[in-house]
Design a binder for this molecule. Structure first.
Ligand code: HEC
Length: 154
């Protein structure tokens, strides 16, 4: 929890709305408003695994399940993809482009793929532009690996 100090000018109703007190307002004292930014700092400090889970839901779940045993969607099931050989999940038909990549998915390769899938595997059928934020890419790979102690989760 973090105590946020808002300047005295922000205690007037119209300006208060502009003050970045997005948590619980504790009220005005000594001509200044204080508030507890509990919600804000909770998001900033969320563990990478949780951030990754949320990012997966908003960016990937449309096409992929990460639940063991689920059938493929538009894309293959990603449960256990970290460490799996590229383009080898039975029951899913991959493009020759992805199949040609070879090897297995380790963290650096997944990070590179998620930066720009079409550059990592030109011709891939994964219609996803890529994630610009390194922090978000790492959080996603952390989630896919499922091990909060992994280097990519730090
Ligand atoms: C609009 C659909 C779509 C979205 C959104 C999408 N993917 Fe995919 N993904 C695919 C398809 C289709 C493939 C198979 C590509 C091929 O065969 O070229 C794929 C393949 C993959 C693979 C390779 C899996 C393997 O078995 O080798 C990974 C890893 C992957 N996606 C991760 C992600 C992640 C992480 C996200 C979210 C950031 C995401 N994808 C978003 C459709 C999607």
């Amino acid at each position: 929890m973090k105590l946020i100090f808002c300047p005295a000018s922000a205690t007037r109703p119209r300006q208060r709305r502009r003050c970045r007190c997005s948590g619980v307002a504790l009220g005005a004292a000594f001509g200044a408003a204080f508030c507890v930014a509990a919600a804000v700092s909770a998001v900033a400090q969320a563990a990478p695994l949780d951030v990754g889970r949320t990012l997966f839901r908003t960016n990937c779940a449309l096409c992929h399940s990460a639940v063991a045993g689920d059938p493929p969607g538009v894309g293959p099931n990603l449960h256990g993809v970290l460490g799996r050989d590229v383009a080898t999940l039975p029951g899913f038909t991959y493009t020759p482009a992805l199949a040609a990549v070879g090897g297995s998915w380790d963290a650096p390769r997944l990070l590179a793929f998620l930066t720009a899938p079409a550059e990592f595997a030109p011709g891939t059928a994964m219609p996803f532009a890529g994630l610009k934020s390194e922090r978000e890419r790492r959080a996603l790979v952390c989630f896919l690996g499922g091990d909060a102690q992994a280097e990519v989760c730090r």
